[in-house]
Ligand binder design. Structure first.
Ligand SMILES: [Zn+2]
Length: 282
């Protein structure tokens, strides 16, 4: 039996963060009639069982913020998923959600965090039995959960099809990987670095304009720069925008830092603004 020991916490009424052993966070938003699951994690243990037996008995949709393996790795355990068209072709991914790749990522995080997790990589990371059916997510799409609605916004930059979600009841922005303190910017978005910067800025400024009205707090999909169940610092989104502007204008402060995703302890070059670092990816 796959482990069911995924930690979860209802940090706001009807809003749950599930911690996939520090790999990625999965959020579940529960309304009066339906629920919405944001991302599927790397695919360790029985996420579906935890959602259906510990969090909600309501019907639910699964929305994937983007097509990286640590967010779609558990998608094979669901029948259908929503994803933006630009991220919907998984045949040629740089990091496909293969069994080997998913185990490798789990090992990387295990080594980096140096913790003893309650799962066994051999037993609890298993192959998909099927590909989920994909439904195409649209900018502005609204999921009516009953008593609360969640609106999806296309916010490219980390990937071409990255989307974020805003819950109108909790006033939380779920930013996926579109905003965090270690922002990985894909240089292929829009076909050039200039376009990637322009599109990312446009997307994030549109979202930031809704701060104080549509949303108050930000939860990104990894809790390594915030506590489990706690929001990201209020300054991260404006600092990300300021950092992107400095990159666009050629005034960015460029420094070398350890690459958190390198098992060999490699260094990488980042642009830094306040508590935010941005790395070119791809
Ligand atoms: Zn990602």
């Amino acid at each position: 039996m796959l482990t069911r020991a995924l930690p979860y916490y209802e940090f706001s009424e009807g809003v749950f963060e599930i911690d996939e052993f520090d790999c990625v966070s999965v959020f579940v938003i529960v309304g009066e009639k339906r629920a919405l699951v944001l991302d599927c994690g790397n695919g360790i243990g029985d996420l579906r069982w935890v959602i259906e037996n510990r969090i909600t008995d309501k019907p639910y949709d699964v929305v994937l913020t983007h097509n990286h393996a640590d967010h779609i790795g558990g998608a094979g355990f669901f029948d259908e998923v929503w994803i933006h068209e630009a991220d919907s072709d998984w045949s040629d991914l740089l990091v496909p959600p293969t069994l080997e790749g998913r185990k490798g990522y789990a090992e990387l995080i295990r080594g980096r965090e140096n913790k003893n997790y309650n799962y066994d990589p051999e037993r609890d990371i298993v192959d998909w039995q099927k590909e989920p059916a994909k439904k195409i997510l649209k900018d502005g799409q609204v999921f009516d959960l009953g008593g609360r609605t969640v609106t999806i916004y296309h916010c490219p930059g980390h990937t071409e099809g990255e989307c974020v979600a805003i819950d109108d009841k909790s006033k939380i922005l779920f930013s996926g990987d579109a905003c965090n303190r270690n922002f990985l910017l894909n240089q292929n978005v829009g076909g050039s670095k200039e376009e990637a910067l322009r599109l990312t800025l446009e997307g994030l400024e549109r979202i930031y304009a809704m701060k104080g009205t549509a949303f108050e707090t930000v939860y990104n999909a990894h809790h390594d720069f915030r506590g489990f169940g706690s929001p990201l610092g209020d300054d991260v989104l404006p600092n990300t925008i300021a950092c992107l502007k400095s990159m666009r204008d050629g005034t960015a402060k460029i420094i070398q830092v350890p690459d958190q995703l390198s098992a060999e302890g490699a260094m990488k070059e980042v642009a830094e603004y306040g508590n935010v670092q941005i790395t070119w990816l791809g």
